[in-house]
Design a protein around this ligand. Structure first.
Ligand code: UD1
Ligand code: CA
Length: 504
């Protein structure tokens, strides 16, 4: 069946959300990669409505700014004072040209409602030629909800709010979700007739149903068995409940699509994340904000990826990555921190206690241990020795370092930017490199070692160190082939030392 294209969806989001006890408007609280209202807008978008209007009130500036960014096609309408759901819908319609066809109403705080359910609602509404079709659910505990009153023929006679209901009406377990499809005319006519003659002194949208029926229209319900789709968020306990359920659904969908999830209960995946087939998510993994994990990649345990691309077959272990790109077959962690602009080529490695920011690390290059790589461009096949620091900040401005292909940076090297280390160059361990290194050169920038012979036995006499030194001296005297005092290898060459270079 052709998906129906309604004239408009009106999303109600003007309420205060007092029970959140938050300085953030309720509908802007995040949930699995979108705000609450972002979920409502995404579900509405699935209907491809001609108009999508969100009614804002409390926190309107923040909500409007958020919507302008999240979905610039959304129109906002202001409801200055919250005079009731009927008044809110009227405010929404005022922001639109006169409508014909179907108008859908939803809430900004019901995040699990799916586009599929909305489509089913619109289809039932149009198929049966209804004036109003309301989405309902059967709840074990209907307390607080409007109750659905059925006519003898099984259609809907009306909705009564709990506060206005008789004891008998309160025994009804079928509740109003607050989500409806209306024909534009029935909605407009009903809204014009609403009164505040009720327990809360509000203009109830729910009264439109009985009014439409009295005017000769057919009013019916679509009952959903999935009560989560009608659940609103009023406080942070409900927010957590709904978050767990939405996450469960998202993680389950990825498992059905071929992803191994070792511990679904501790795996959190935002709705806008993509995970490739045969990827493995170990326990305690968060995949957030548009992260993409490639086929066969292994992520976790204990890893957070935010806006990060992980290539096929790559591994990220016990790490935190934001705005990073990890190339095919690359390895990250354990205990690495990739910040925005960290780009690792195929087969590259960023190891333990390494932080990378705004830097490209070429294919097959390795930064295995204890390093900071900031604002650098590293070529292919390079090895950055343990405890190297790319000194990118002079206290005023950030500067870049370029390291060529197959460079070997010695351990504990300070590369003071701006700096270029040419292809195939080496740096000596412990160097502070402040000048460009030509291709193939060895840069040495450190004090030459001086040994003061016999110092410990003279100045620390009686200490365990002095005793050990004495024994070594006496043994050396007995063994003619023993190590020369001073330990320098023949020829007095500089030893370079790039610890971490030989990685298994
Ligand atoms: C409403 C329904 C009730 C239904 C329940 C489902 C009415 C009269 N009652 O009750 O039948 O079972 O939802 O959750 O419609 N809002 C505005 N402006 C207003 C009033 C509300 O934007 O003036 C928005 C709120 O921000 C919220 C939604 O509409 O997102 C529902 O409002 P709320 O006050 O929670 O309605 P209920 O009394 O719970
Ligand atoms: Ca409510």
């Amino acid at each position: 069946m052709e998906p129906a294209r309604p004239a408009a969806v009106v999303v109600l989001a003007a309420g205060e959300g007092t029970r959140m006890r938050s300085s953030l408007p309720k509908v802007l609280h995040p949930l699995c990669g979108r705000t609450l209202v972002g979920h409502a807008v995404a579900a509405a978008r699935a209907l491809q409505p001609e108009h999508l209007v969100v009614v804002v009130g409390h926190g309107r500036d923040a909500v409007r700014a958020h919507l302008a960014e999240a979905d610039p096609g959304v129109v906002t309408a202001v409801q200055d004072r919250q005079l009731g759901t009927g008044h809110a819908v009227a405010c929404g319609l005022e922001a639109l040209p006169p409508l014909t066809g179907t108008v859908v109403v939803t809430y900004g705080d019901v995040p699990l409602l799916s586009g599929t359910t909305l489509r089913a609602l619109v289809e039932a509404h149009e198929r049966d030629g209804n004036a109003v079709t309301v989405l309902t659910a059967l709840l074990d505990d209907p307390t607080g909800y409007g109750r659905v009153l059925r006519a003898v023929d099984g259609t809907v006679a009306g909705i009564v709010e709990e506060k206005d209901a008789t004891p008998e009406q309160r025994t009804v377990y079928e509740v109003n979700s607050g989500i409806y499809a209306f024909t534009a005319a029935a909605l407009r006519d009903g809204l014009a007739r609403l009164t505040t003659d009720n327990a809360q002194g509000e203009l109830y949208l729910t009264d439109v149903l009985a009014l439409a029926r009295a005017a000769g229209g057919r009013v019916d319900a679509l009952r959903t068995a999935d009560t989560w789709q009608t659940e609103g968020v009023n406080d942070r306990v409900q927010l957590a409940r709904v978050r767990r359920e939405l996450n469960r659904r998202v993680v389950e969908a990825w498992m059905r699509a071929g992803v191994t999830v070792e511990d679904p209960g501790t795996t959190w995946v935002d709705v806008d994340v993509t995970v490739g087939r045969d990827a493995v998510l170990r326990p305690q993994v968060q995949l957030l904000a548009g992260t993409v994990v490639g086929e066969g990649a292994v992520v976790g345990p204990d890893t957070t990826l935010r806006g990060t691309r992980v290539g096929p077959g790559a591994q990220v272990v016990r790490s935190h990555c934001e705005g990073a790109v990890v190339g095919e077959g690359a390895a990250v962690g354990p205990f690495a921190y990739l910040r925005p602009g960290a780009v690792l080529g195929a087969g590259a490695k960023v190891g333990t206690y390494v932080e990378v920011k705004g830097s490209t690390i070429g294919a097959g290059s390795k930064v295995p241990h204890l390093s900071y790589v900031g604002d650098a461009q590293i070529g292919e096949g390079a090895n950055i020795g343990a405890a190297t620091v790319f000194v990118n900040y002079d206290g005023v401005a950030k500067h870049r370092t370029v390291v060529g292909d197959h460079v070997r940076v010695g351990s504990d090297t300070m590369l003071v930017a701006p700096l270029v280390v040419g292809d195939g160059a080496y740096t000596a361990a412990g160097s502070v490199v402040t000048q460009d290194v030509p291709p193939g050169a060895m840069a040495v920038a450190r004090g030459r070692q001086r040994n003061v012979e016999g110092w410990v036995e003279r100045r620390r006499a009686g200490s365990p160190a002095a005793e050990a030194a004495r024994r070594a001296r006496e043994q050396g005297a007995r063994e003619p082939g023993g190590r020369e005092p001073g330990g320098r290898e023949p020829g007095g060459q500089e030893q370079v030392g790039t610890a971490g270079e030989e990685q298994a």
